[in-house]
Design a protein around this ligand. Sequence first.
Ligand SMILES: NC(=O)c1ccc[n+]([C@@H]2O[C@H](COP(=O)([O-])OP(=O)(O)OC[C@H]3O[C@@H](n4cnc5c(N)ncnc54)[C@H](O)[C@@H]3O)[C@@H](O)[C@H]2O)c1
Ligand SMILES: [Zn+2]
Ligand SMILES: [Zn+2]
Length: 393
Amino acid sequence: MKALVFHGRNTVSVDTVPDPIIKDPKDVIVRITSTAICGSDLHLYDGFIPTVEHGDIFGHEFMGEITEVGSGVTKLAVGDRIIVPFVISCGICEFCEKGEWSLCDNTNPNKEMAEKAMGYSPAGLYGYSHMFGGYCGGQAEFARVPFAETSVFKVPKDIPDEKLLFLTDIFPTGWMAAENADIPEGGTVAIWGAGPVGQFAIRSAFMQGAGRVIAIDRFPERLEMARAAGAETIDYEEDEKVSMKLKEMTDGRGPDSCIDAVGMEAHGAGGLGGLMDAYDKAKQAVMLESDRPTALRQVLYCAKKGSTVSIAGVYGGLSDKFPFGFAFNKGLTLKMGQTHVQKYVPLLLEKIQKGEIDPSFVITHLLSLDEAPHGYEIFKKKDDGCIKVVLKP
Ligand SMILES: NC(=O)c1ccc[n+]([C@@H]2O[C@H](COP(=O)([O-])OP(=O)(O)OC[C@H]3O[C@@H](n4cnc5c(N)ncnc54)[C@H](O)[C@@H]3O)[C@@H](O)[C@H]2O)c1
Ligand SMILES: [Zn+2]
Ligand SMILES: [Zn+2]
């Protein structure tokens, strides 16, 4: 089959690789009909996530049709149309039972690696490094889907892929980002990053009762898409002092809640000066800092006293000059994590079916799988108005 394969920093190609096979009775094989490129893939592509190896297949937002089922699978059958959440979950451990699907205890075969690095291991994820399980990803014609009955969802055949695909990640991620932000009814939430995750966080915040959303980014087309949903916007390059602008917009008190939808590859100095920018670049160059938390520093600075900061942007390991004192002295609550996708799919699928949201609004590029390397380039550089790439294998 064909798949998008990693060959070192900023280098991917579509190669012919062996077809996936059933390895465990709980597996199914899926023929992929749609798959997307995520901001999290960029962290792999850019070489910031450890234990990614040459030959790894990327991709964790995919859906399709089951072509083969393992001997232990009874609730799914060949021909079923499914969406595959990026989180692989057993459904029965302490964490899955609590609805903390991304913290599943049983789906990371390389648990020891993660335990050595972080103390305890989170769930296995598709196409997201060996420390997270070494599973082949879904930017491919086919994929092996382990723990299928407790991880995937059957979806109706009369709704197009483009409306359902983002249930695998970015719609639930935006939803959980808003939920984690504890936005008071009618309150104001500031969201850093108007990429696909930020866009879903904006819409989710309104659906959850926010009165005002302020979106912060620098790409005009992303800010435009945010305004289309009713958000006010700040271009952080034009309004150099985002903190002053936010203060002005909120009667001097700051936003009721803040969301980081940027993550570890934030651009700019976060309003804390060029020196910090140079510092991060120097430390990253010699591998002493894996994460560049410039947006997160600004979020903590701008957060209202006593408020909650929700972090949906991914952080991989070591963040430097993390202003913990801002958070401590203002009594902030921080909530974060990989999304518990399975927890939100039934609710969000219902919203799509009722017509409350059509998630396909975010797609700017529909490409073939062969064009995936080009997709990575335009998505990374935000060229050609690129906001979200969907690939059709
Ligand atoms: N928690 C989860 O489970 C989960 C799931 C999916 C994605 N993510 C993460 O969410 C983040 C966003 O993903 P995406 O797909 O939207 O990616 P993206 O790269 O398209 O979006 C990031 C946006 O942040 C903006 N940005 C950069 N620096 C900024 C700054 N200093 N201030 C304000 N905005 C800034 C960029 O211009 C860009 O529009 C990534 O870190 C991704 O890994 C997390
Ligand atoms: Zn993702
Ligand atoms: Zn589990």
